[in-house]
Design a protein around this ligand. Structure first.
Ligand code: GMT
Length: 371
């Protein structure tokens, strides 16, 4: 099949899922056309069967806001028409689903009929999508899609609760490749922690919804009992406040801010635990990435996280904001008696979301729509 994938090219989970999906489909022989405004961070170098089409937005002085959605729809029309695509798959509803709808209508006038699949990822529904001003467009676009998927049962339920959706929503979870092993890591653990210290990790885009300050508070309580270092990967609006908090709590010598890293598997490979205290999380792809490297997870129990992280097995779940409980669980998990068990459980749990299991679910949806 010739598949157009529309995505955000950034470090966000929806962009990572869309890029990894495209790469995996290309490996299976499909022709993949990524359409977005800059090269997706996970795309890497040359890959067979993969094409990238950049949407450039004109910087005309009349515009206070650049008309990205219009440029995107035009690019979709162009790519579908001249690359003879069979189907378009858009990741994140805003504004990709409405641009796909517009492209589809335009292509109809050219005698081309193309189906599009919308995958809902999280904040397009749970935060941004609930803004009343977006609601009519999102509801319409979900209902007008030829197929709709959500990355967890929880996100599907949230969508049905907040939007008047008649279209069927299939749950297709996030997935992971289990090819890379902890032992493949190319990083010197000794650079970050001594042998008697545990390494705790958090990776995110440092937005409010991630509650990164809770990570620091959990860590502060934990190192009273367990010697450890905290590695932060990523960057975003809350980073400054977090750095301030580290200084206030005199924790700077225990905490390292590594910034944005394209491939986080090496950092995860030297980590002993992962912290994800998010306010809301439709799935928590980053927790799955941690588990796939044998890193158990202490997380909040919000949204779709309980579908991924199993309490008492691959890690622990606590109520949002309950840093005491998270720290208690973390100390238990990091003890010599239990860490190895949690490690292997985490890896086993990640196996439930292997790419080999999930990819055919998307292929099945495409085949039903492509005549
Ligand atoms: O909201 C984000 O943090 C980014 C967002 C995205 O669209 O890139 O992530 C969402 O999609 C991921 C991939 O499906 C999920 O694993 C994340 O849980 C979800 N984030 C939230 O729901 C907050």
């Amino acid at each position: 099949m010739k598949i157009g994938i529309v995505l955000y090219p950034t470090f966000g989970g929806s962009g990572v899922v869309a890029t990894e999906l495209g790469k995996a489909l290309a490996k299976k022989g499909h022709e993949i056309h990524f359409i977005t405004y800059s090269q997706p961070v996970r795309l890497g170098g040359f890959t067979e069967n993969v094409f990238y089409h950049e949407v450039s937005v004109s910087d005309y002085p009349l515009f206070d806001f650049q008309p990205y959605e219009t440029e995107l729809a035009s690019k979709m029309v162009d790519v579908v028409k001249y690359e003879n695509l069979d189907i378009i798959h858009v990741h994140y509803a805003i504004p990709h689903a409405s641009a796909a709808f517009m492209a589809k209508q335009i292509l109809k006038t050219h005698g081309i009929s193309i189906p599009y699949v919308t995958t809902l990822h999280g904040t397009d529904i749970t935060l941004v999508g609930r803004e009343p001003s977006f609601e009519p467009v999102i509801t319409f676009c979900i209902n007008a899609s030829d197929a709709v998927t959500a990355v967890s049962q929880s996100l599907k339920e949230d969508t049905l609760k907040h939007f008047n959706v008649q279209n069927e929503i299939s749950v297709v979870p996030n997935f992971i490749s289990l090819e890379k092993k902890r032992s493949d890591a190319n990083i010197n653990r000794g650079m970050y922690a001594s042998d008697d210290e545990r390494i705790i990790c958090h990776i995110s885009n440092f937005r409010k919804v991630k509650r990164v300050e809770d990570v620091i508070r959990v860590f502060a309580l934990t190192i009273e009992k367990v010697p450890a270092k905290l590695l932060f990967v990523g960057d975003g609006p809350e980073r400054y406040n977090c750095e301030q908090l580290c200084r206030e709590l005199s924790l700077c010598e225990h905490i390292l801010f590594l910034g944005k890293i394209r491939d986080t598997s090496d950092v995860l490979a030297i980590s002993d635990a992962f912290l994800l205290p998010s306010q809301t999380e439709s799935f928590g792809l980053v927790a799955l990435e941690a588990m796939s490297m044998g890193v158990p997870v202490v997380s909040s129990n919000s949204g779709g996280i309980p579908e991924v992280n199993k309490h008492g097995f691959s890690g622990f779940l606590s109520d949002v904001g309950d840093v005491q409980d998270m720290s208690k669980n973390l100390i238990h998990m990091l003890s010599n008696d239990y860490l190895e068990i949690f490690r292997s459980n985490a890896l086993r749990q990640a196996g439930a979301f292997s790419i080999e299991k999930v990819l055919p679910m998307y292929e099945d949806i495409y085949s039903k729509l492509v005549k």
